[in-house]
Unconditional design. Structure first.
Length: 117
């Protein structure tokens, strides 16, 4: 139900904008977020944004990334600037939502980000 786009290969210092779109019915989306997984490492939080709340970022972001959401379109985006080689990984979007009285957590399939000169 979630599909990421915008991944690719960039040089160090470059930028990418990831987007995530939802299909299907979601009565209310609580938190939208981005996570990443580098080869041989566990999946880690990149950024989350709750409904009407402040965004939360992983410590490694250090002001380089910005998450935003469009509640009408059920989309979330991640603007990544000043990318570093260690930002390489598969980036996944994640929605925590409610539909017909039940709570769900869903993940996208991931989009690859590579930072290399």
């Amino acid at each position: 139900q979630l599909e990421e786009s915008g991944g690719g290969t960039v040089q160090p210092g470059g930028s990418l904008r990831l987007s995530c779109a939802a299909s299907g019915s979601m009565s209310r989306i609580n938190t939208m977020g981005w996570y990443r997984q580098a080869p041989g490492k566990e999946r880690e939080l990149v950024a989350t944004i709750p409904t009407g709340g402040s965004a939360n970022y992983g410590d490694f972001v250090k002001g380089r990334f910005s998450i935003s959401r469009d509640n009408a379109e059920h989309t979330v985006s991640l603007q990544m600037n000043s990318l570093k080689p260690e930002d390489k990984g598969v980036y996944y979007c994640n929605y925590d939502y409610v539909h017909v009285g039940r709570k769900y957590i869903t993940w996208g399939q991931g989009t690859q980000v590579t930072v290399s000169s």
